[in-house]
Design a protein around this ligand. Structure first.
Ligand SMILES: [Ca+2]
Length: 399
């Protein structure tokens, strides 16, 4: 895969072989910033990078490559003794089904198994990386006006990806609330409600390239909040306020199989319950792979700190939005860290000063301008939905 930022009159050609006489399999150029994937069939790749005169100035590309395993169409079925992993990467003896070992990297062999332990051994809200690490002193603030995170710092984030858009499939964030359930925003699922359009990637750090720690799952069930309206055309817009359209922006996704119970890069976040105190000025984290203001940070998970503001102040800042009780706002009066496009569905969370655990208080939902003065990010208020989440997951998460 090639990521590039080309000025005019720059081209990169890829040849599937040792010379320019070999078949040309890709050409990039004259279209600015982008990222495209290509595949070679030989064990040679010739890259030709050329530009005209001064236009080569400030032009660059990055090349990532990985070896792909051959795709298996059918397993050698001797009396039905093998099962095929749904991703076509392996055939597994049927005796390996439901043994709590993930033989298929997509969890196919551990689907629909009895007595699955849904919680992580270490409980929610913990990370392996030093829990007390004070990474807030770094004020090289550049998410928008955030900074890059450390790998493994936030093991509950997932990337929700549209299969048809890969390798730029990242569409929304989500959080792991137990080994088989993901919390995200309803509006993430609105345009592509078909669960087979999606894959869920946990243990991820980089947006575009495959991470060695990455675990991929499918969605087996999707519960979008029944009162979420969004921008559906069949609804008469005149009878509904902005709040009616944007409230209840919450969805639960059940995975086809549990996530591995290992703490280094994958874990669950705790959810703030109905009584959770959310005072103005409470400093919270927002993380995601969304739009950033600095090109060099675009591929890895970003984080930013942002204070909670009252709904009253939020309505004053954002006069076009009648912010309601099931929402929570966070933002800097002078501008600063904020969520932006592509961060949707990801978490707003705080470190509990007593327990030191991380508790999710919001879901990135909507907003207007990213990181500008008196522009808040608007989040779904988790404590308003704890019972709804409890009902759908049979209480298999921790507050
Ligand atoms: Ca197994």
């Amino acid at each position: 895969m090639l990521s590039y930022d080309f000025y005019q009159n720059i081209n990169v050609d890829m040849y599937d072989g040792p010379s320019v006489e070999s078949p040309r399999i890709a050409r990039y150029g004259d279209d600015g910033i982008g990222s495209k994937r290509f595949q070679t069939k030989t064990n040679n790749l010739l890259i030709r990078y050329y530009g005209e005169g001064i236009y080569a100035f400030k032009s660059a590309f990055r090349l990532y490559f990985e070896q792909s395993l051959p795709f298996i169409e059918h397993c050698d079925q001797t009396n039905g003794t093998m099962i095929r992993c749904r991703n076509g990467l392996a055939c597994i003896p049927i005796t390996h089904r439901c043994d709590n070992i993930f033989d298929c990297s997509d969890g196919t062999d551990e689907e629909d198994c009895p007595n699955i332990n849904q919680t992580f051994t270490n409980g929610c809200g913990w990370r392996k990386m030093n829990q007390m690490l004070d990474d807030d002193n770094d004020d090289t603030l550049q998410i928008v006006n955030g900074k890059i995170s450390q790998p493994g710092a936030w093991p509950w984030i997932v990337s929700l990806r549209l299969v048809s858009h890969e390798p730029i499939g990242h569409t929304c964030g989500g959080t792991i609330i137990n080994r088989q359930w993901i919390l995200t925003a309803a509006h993430c699922m609105a345009e592509y409600p078909n669960i087979t359009d999606w894959t869920v990637h946990a243990g991820k750090y980089r947006e575009l390239i495959h991470d060695s720690t990455e675990v991929i799952r499918y969605i087996s069930k999707s519960f979008v909040h029944p009162l979420y309206i969004g921008s559906r055309n069949e609804i008469d817009n005149d009878n509904f306020t902005w709040y009616d359209h944007n409230a209840n922006d919450i969805a639960l996704l059940k995975l086809n199989a549990p996530l591995p119970d290992r703490m280094d890069m994958i874990g669950s976040i705790c959810l703030a319950d109905e009584q959770y105190g959310l005072d103005e000025g409470l400093i919270s984290y927002v993380i995601g792979w969304g739009t950033v203001s600095n090109m060099s940070n675009m591929d890895v998970l970003n984080e930013a700190l942002v204070p909670i503001i009252t709904n009253e102040k939020c309505r004053q800042w954002m006069i076009d939005f009648n912010i309601g009780p099931s929402m929570i706002c966070a933002g800097w009066e002078a501008g600063g860290g904020d969520a932006c496009q592509g961060d949707s569905g990801g978490p707003l969370f705080v470190q509990n000063i007593v327990t030191k655990r991380f508790d999710q208080i919001g879901i990135v939902s909507t907003g207007a301008l990213c990181g500008e003065p008196k522009q808040a990010g608007i989040y779904t208020r988790i404590p308003s939905y704890t019972s709804w989440i409890r009902n759908h997951t049979n209480s298999q998460f921790e507050t």
